[in-house]
Every structure is written in C-alpha cells, then in structure tokens.
Design a protein around this ligand. Structure first.
Ligand SMILES: [Zn+2]
Length: 137
C-alpha cells in the first residue's frame, strides 16, 4: 500500500500545508491547532506527534524581533501614548504569532515523523568501556 504514495518532499513543506507526513494527502489537523487522531487517507496514527511548546517558542522567536522593531519605529516616529501601543503593537504581535502556530506545528510534527524522533530511552545493550582504575600504567 505504501508504494502508491508519492515520494516524500520535505517536512517543512508537508507540515506547513497541514498534510499527513506519510502520504501527504490526508489532513494533519482537525481544527485550527488540534491534531487529527489519524490520517483519513493512509490511516497513520498521529499518536507519535508531540511538538509540546515548540511551535509557540519558534513563533515567539520569529515574531519578537520584527514586533520590537515596529514598536520602536512607531514610538520614535510618532511618539504615541502607551495605550496606542496596546491597540496597535500588541494585536499585531499576537496576530503574527497566531498565524505562525499552525504551519510551525505541522512542520514540527512532520519532522518528528520524517526523522523518527521519539522519547529517549536507555540502551540496555550498550557496554561501557572498562572503568579507569586510577593507575597511569
Ligand atoms: Zn496519510
């Protein structure tokens, strides 16, 4: 069944489109930011997906610098009162962050699938080198 799916593109493009990371045809989201339980086309269970607060971190990081630059430009150009910033700068900052959340969440979920990222585990078969006994010889 997997042969009929087209070759995968990049996680960024697939995720920003909100598509399933395996078949790239099903929908990743069930609502604005809520992930669907599984792909309606290929049946991939999205239970592996856990981007946590990654999308929020990246959205804030991307929006913070332009928002601050805008606020400074507005302040030094027009010298508005503080409440003008509350009406202009704060909504612009919030809107910019909210607009980025969905594509960033899709990107991170698809990256988890593409790169097989999962919770860290302890490798019980790993053999540590012999402990140094303190003797230089
Ligand atoms: Zn799918």
């Amino acid at each position: 069944m997997a042969e009929e799916f087209q070759a995968t593109s990049t996680p960024a493009i697939t995720g920003m489109k909100g598509r399933c990371p395996r078949c790239q045809r099903g929908h990743l989201f069930d609502g604005l930011l809520k992930l669907a339980p599984r792909c309606e086309v290929c049946g991939l269970d999205y239970g592996f997906a856990d981007p946590a607060d990654g999308p929020a971190f990246f959205a804030m990081s991307i929006v913070a610098v332009p928002a601050l630059a805008f606020a400074l430009w507005l302040q030094f150009t027009y010298e508005p009162r503080l409440w003008m910033h509350l009406l202009i700068t704060v909504p612009l900052t919030l809107a910019g962050s909210l607009i980025l959340l969905r594509p960033l969440k899709g990107w991170l979920v698809c990256s988890q699938y593409f790169h097989k990222a999962e919770q860290g585990t302890i490798d019980r078969d790993w053999h540590a080198p012999a402990a140094h006994d303190g003797d230089p010889d």
